[in-house]
Write a protein that binds this ligand. Structure first.
Ligand SMILES: Cc1cc2nc3c(=O)[nH]c(=O)nc-3n(C[C@H](O)[C@H](O)[C@H](O)COP(=O)(O)OP(=O)(O)OC[C@H]3O[C@@H](n4cnc5c(N)ncnc54)[C@H](O)[C@@H]3O)c2cc1C
Ligand code: SF4
Length: 811
């Protein structure tokens, strides 16, 4: 008969223990789980992302209801255990259930610490701990404007960022003179403060809270120095304390937390504890990575697998706030006996510090550039002797000698060491995924194991591990020649164009020794595009390298007639333009007048020789209804007419279309703008979608509504129209400069990773530089229809259009 195991606390640490146990000994226990929250097990870490609007509650579930069923686990969600009878080996709940156990795990987590201030019980004063708190904040933001977050630590800042995203005015109150003082030194902290202020956060430092003001609901906060700040919502994020009431009530030994030994055993036989409620060697941890290490040790204990037991953890921290890169690990303050290496670059806003004691790296703080974080963390954990090469630890080879590479570090890690702290994924699990499931890229590993799927801090380690297992050549970085004429990939070709100042396709083919000196239908249009993108001024468009539609500035139809689709900016037209279109349609016997899927009017069945006259009489640019460029910007009626619209989507759509039109992009692009989150313009399946929200705009990228439907991902939320333009142009230019020719944004985003694009656009200076390059290139474009209409020679060419040799089907 199976033994009975009861888990009290359906949170991250407890359920991780169960997951590990099921792997080691699937049939040993009949398992019952109690959880106070009415939800299945979810990733608490990602509540910050839910609040910031980057994830939905359903996205953060770790083990859904089916998981419990499939694994034969009885889950009592919404039941609180209020007594463990350790003599009779029974647990009892507030709902009247009594369940016997052979072994019981207490994993009750922490309780948020609420400052015992006068008025702290008022409506609108909450903590940030669970789904309910998150929902309360989201609801409050719909009715109220002013939020005060008490606590300038990790949690407080993540709450503040989320509330900003919900369009609240946010003040962060902190008792110390700088933020995140437990994770950062003063220099890093000041840089952080500056960055967050630029994002719109307001800080009240060295403020000691005296009381919460208001009658029923909070109206403000008063400080001990007599000053006050208005508030409709107060979030207390001042710390947590282990949730030990149940253990205390049941006679289990407690100190600050539930006292456990290296095997997570309490003083009472068969009663174990893991997670934030447990205290091991005097420490109660408040981050997931060490708790998962505890879980793994407890699982071994319960499964009867020998182990050395839990030895304690060094922790690292990463702030999950977009636009901010902060990393800290170990002991990072300078103290007697320690020495440190520091780098500070005020121009790029980068600060790095490594603290060394007795020849070993014991701590680090990184701000602005956290790419060395996982390598340094691995060094801290390994305790490697770096005597004589202290500087290289931070400065790399430029400081002389060779520091141990990231690949060497992952190689030296034990198989059960955790690589992804957020999701508790060990090195061994990732290695298995690489060897057995054929993962060859960081994205594959994320898909198979969840590693790097939460805060993303472990991505460099995962990449190093891939290189370690597969060798640099085995890691997928899609290095294929752009066509059969060359072995060079897109990046090498573009690099050569830039570096060697190549300005024609012929030059590229000669210099880079194309196998086929004439090129082919794959590389010729691609080279023409890359040359135009790199040298917008110098490069002369090579018409002969374009496909038929682009070359003739019209869309050839299956009967060899053409369609003419005048541009209608933002899908908004006038009666006068409609009359013009109708008159042309009548005069040229247009067979079909069709409203297209992109809110345009298409005139179908126009003879090739009539094209110039049709364009002339329409006197409207004929769109790029066929080209690898912006096709259309779809809009809804928005604020102008709709009862729900919060912003002027038509105006925004028209403006965007005017800014984006004419410039070639790697593949066709579509844009849409919706006037409110109802999203009638279907902006979330476009290459770029803009959705109005109360007081701002959301910008989505990488969507596709065609054969491979892909929802767009939220790039950023902004307040002003100018910011929408700035982000949009920067994004399009980044896409122009980095995607493969013929690669839709949806595929490109998937290939290079959404986060890398977000990061490239994060800094305003980078965005402005991209925008400038976009505008420069756009300013050099001409209206091809006007050119043809006004040039006798070009006009004549329409009288006998030569059958094109490049006639690949376009979509
Ligand atoms: C917003 C937020 C962001 C965070 N970000 C990070 C981060 O970036 N990185 C990181 O490492 N950590 C982060 N953390 C901390 C991390 O979430 C916790 O360390 C982790 O969830 C603790 O796991 P646990 O299982 O000990 O407790 P929990 O996950 O809190 O689970 C405890 C569960 O026990 C239940 N429970 C309590 N008492 C009883 C009872 N008597 N009967 C039945 N059920 C009971 C509770 O309802 C709760 O669901 C964050 C936390 C929050 C709130
Ligand atoms: S998206 Fe909003 S504003 Fe636009 S039509 Fe739909 S409901 Fe109206």
């Amino acid at each position: 008969m199976k033994k009975k195991l009861v888990l009290i606390g359906n949170g991250m640490a407890g359920m991780n223990t169960i997951e590990q146990l099921l792997k080691l000994a699937p049939n040993q226990y009949e398992i019952t789980v109690f959880g106070s929250e009415p939800h299945p097990n979810y990733n608490r870490i990602l509540l910050s992302s839910v609040l910031a609007g980057d994830a939905d509650i359903k996205d953060i579930v770790i083990n859904d209801w089916d998981y419990y069923k499939e694994n034969g686990i009885t889950l009592h969600a919404g039941h609180t255990v209020n007594k463990i009878d350790t003599a009779a080996k029974l647990v009892k709940t507030d709902t009247g259930l009594t369940v016997p156990y052979d072994d019981v795990i207490i994993a009750t987590g922490s309780l948020p610490f609420m400052l015992p201030l006068p008025g702290a019980d008022k409506e609108g004063v909450i903590a940030f701990r669970d789904i309910k708190d998150c929902e309360t904040m989201i609801e409050a933001s719909k009715k109220y404007k002013k939020a005060v977050v008490i606590g300038g630590g990790l949690l407080g800042l993540e709450a503040a960022r989320g509330l900003l995203n919900l369009n609240m005015e946010v003040s962060v109150v902190h008792i110390f003179k700088y933020l995140m003082e437990r994770q950062l030194d003063e220099t890093a902290s000041r840089l952080l403060q500056k960055e967050l202020e630029s994002q719109g956060m307001n800080f009240l430092l060295e403020k000691n809270t005296d009381s919460i003001l208001g009658k029923k609901r909070v109206t403000g906060v008063r400080f001990k120095d007599g000053t006050e700040v208005e508030a409709d919502l107060v979030v207390m994020a001042v710390g947590i304390r282990p949730n030990i009431a149940l253990a205390k009530e049941s006679g289990v030994e407690i100190n600050r937390g539930i006292v456990v030994n290296d095997y997570m055993e309490t003083n009472i036989p068969h009663v174990y504890s893991v997670g934030e409620c447990a205290e091991h060697r005097g420490i109660a941890y408040g981050l997931v990575a060490p708790l998962y290490e505890q879980g793994s040790e407890l699982a071994k204990r319960l499964a009867g697998v020998e182990s050395a037991g839990y030895q304690g953890s060094v922790v690292s921290t990463k702030l999950k706030v977009s636009g901010v890169n902060v990393f800290s690990a170990g002991q990072f303050t300078d103290e007697p006996g320690t020495r440190s290496v520091k780098v500070q670059d005020d121009f790029d806003g980068v600060y790095k510090k490594v603290v060394i004691k007795d020849g070993k790296v014991i701590g680090s703080v990184l701000f602005g550039d956290t790419s060395d974080g996982s390598r340094l963390f691995a060094m801290i954990r390994s305790g490697e002797d770096v005597t004589g090469k202290e500087k290289q630890v931070l400065l790399g080879d430029s400081a002389g000698g060779g520091a141990k590479s990231g690949v060497d570090y992952v190689a030296s890690m034990a198989n059960d060491e955790i690589i992804c702290g957020c999701n508790g994924v060990s090195k061994g699990t990732i290695v298995n995924a690489i060897n057995e499931k054929g993962c060859t890229s960081v994205n594959d590993v994320k898909y198979c194991t969840k590693a790097s799927g939460s805060c993303g801090g472990c991505k460099p380690l995962v990449a190093d591990l891939l290189t370690h297992v597969l060798g640099a050549d085995g890691v997928k970085s899609v290095k294929e020649g752009i066509c059969g004429c060359t072995t060079l990939g897109r990046d090498e070709v573009v690099e050569a164009i830039r570096k060697m100042k190549l300005t024609t396709s012929k030059e590229v083919m000669n210099v880079l020794e194309w196998k086929n000196p004439e090129g082919c239908s794959k590389c010729r249009p691609a080279l023409n595009y890359y040359l135009g993108m790199v040298w917008p001024e110098e490069h002369e468009d090579e018409k002969e390298s374009r496909f038929v539609n682009e070359r003739n500035h019209g869309n050839i139809q299956k009967d060899s007639t053409y369609s003419v689709i005048p541009r209608i900016h933002g899908g908004v037209t006038t009666a006068k333009d409609l009359l013009k279109i109708a008159n042309v349609a009548v005069k040229y016997n247009v067979e079909t007048v069709k409203i297209t899927g992109a809110q345009r009017i298409g005139l179908y069945g126009i003879k090739k020789e009539d094209l110039p006259s049709v364009w002339e009489e329409l006197d409207m640019t004929s769109g790029f209804a066929y080209g690898k460029s912006l096709r259309a910007v779809k809009t809804c009626v928005g604020q102008t007419w709709c009862r729900f619209g919060t912003q002027d989507s038509m105006k925004m759509g028209i403006e965007l279309e005017k800014r984006l039109e004419r410039l070639y992009t790697p593949a066709k692009t579509k844009v849409a703008v919706s006037g409110c989150p109802r999203n009638c313009a279907e902006a979330t399946i476009k290459d770029l979608g803009v959705v109005a929200i109360d007081g701002g705009w959301e910008i989505y990228i990488g969507g596709n509504g065609g054969t491979d439907v892909r929802p767009a991902e939220l790039l950023v939320k902004v307040k002003e129209e100018d910011e929408v333009i700035e982000w949009t142009l920067a994004y399009f230019q980044y896409y122009r400069e980095n995607a493969n020719y013929n690669e839709r944004t949806s595929k490109w985003v998937e290939r290079v990773g959404f986060e890398s694009i977000k990061k490239a656009l994060e800094k305003q200076e980078d965005r402005l530089a991209l925008k400038e390059r976009f505008e420069k290139a756009a300013s050099l474009t001409k209206d091809p229809w006007a050119e043809i209409v006004n040039n006798e020679e070009l006009r004549k060419s329409y009288e006998s259009i030569i059958t094109p040799e490049l006639s690949a089907i376009e979509n």
